[in-house]
Design a protein. Structure first.
Length: 104
């Protein structure tokens, strides 16, 4: 499923002209460093990422229904932070090291 989510996120980014710089999919959350166009609200980008992927995952993996949060694939909410050039490298490293949290 993680492989399919990665494909869906990359497809969403490509369609919208965004760039995913880092992506780390964990069992219960996702870390993503995304470069959006200036005219898109972060909330709209999250809506497109979550909504589009939810629809496809629910179609392609109907057996997941028993694990959903109510009727939703994704939990409510998200965290977003803007990135300046000085801390971008640290954020990239943090995302890459989510599989090995003690190495960051």
């Amino acid at each position: 499923m993680a492989k399919r989510l990665k494909e869906l996120f990359e497809q969403c980014a490509e369609i919208n002209g965004w760039r995913i710089h880092e992506l780390n999919i964990q069992p219960d959350h996702i870390h993503m460093l995304v470069q959006l166009k200036q005219d898109i609200a972060v909330s709209k980008a999250v809506q497109l990422f979550k909504g589009g992927s939810s629809k496809k995952i629910r179609e392609e993996f109907p057996q997941m229904e028993e694990f959903l949060w109510g009727t939703s694939f994704w939990a409510d909410g998200y965290f977003a932070e803007t990135v300046g050039q000085l801390n971008e490298a640290k954020i990239r490293e943090y995302i890459k090291n989510q599989d090995h949290p003690n190495s960051a």
